[in-house]
Design a protein around this ligand. Structure first.
Ligand SMILES: [Zn+2]
Length: 115
């Protein structure tokens, strides 16, 4: 299982876009790749088709390897290493190895954080 999940906020830790942060739009378990909002944007050329008679160039985020990102800790204000912990009620949560922040408590599914 990957440590990064959809809707996580991650920081890019290597490559041209190092230091950038974004929300995870999609995870691809099989290839350990993720798509991060606003990161690794590439132009895709759409071929002419019935729906799209003129052809088009659209900008789209390309997947990047999960090893190039780190989960962003709001307390440390940077990408951090992730550990695991079992809460007293038996729930497994991801924690920041630096400050102990529990990610599952700050991440409320379906709720928009920041902007
Ligand atoms: Zn932290």
């Amino acid at each position: 299982m990957m440590k990064i999940r959809t809707n996580d906020v991650v920081e890019i830790i290597s490559g041209d876009e190092k230091g950038k942060q974004g929300k995870v739009l999609r995870t691809i378990q099989e290839t350990h790749r993720i798509v991060v909002e606003g990161v690794n944007r590439v132009f895709r050329h759409m071929r002419k088709s019935a729906q799209n008679p003129k052809g088009q160039r659209i900008q789209k985020e390309a997947p990047l390897d999960v090893s190039n990102v780190a989960l962003f800790c709001p307390t440390c204000k940077q990408g951090v290493r992730v550990g695991h912990k079992t809460t007293p009620d038996g729930q497994k949560v991801r924690i920041c190895r630096k400050c102990g922040n529990e990610f599952e408590k700050v991440v409320v599914r379906g709720k928009r954080r920041g902007a």
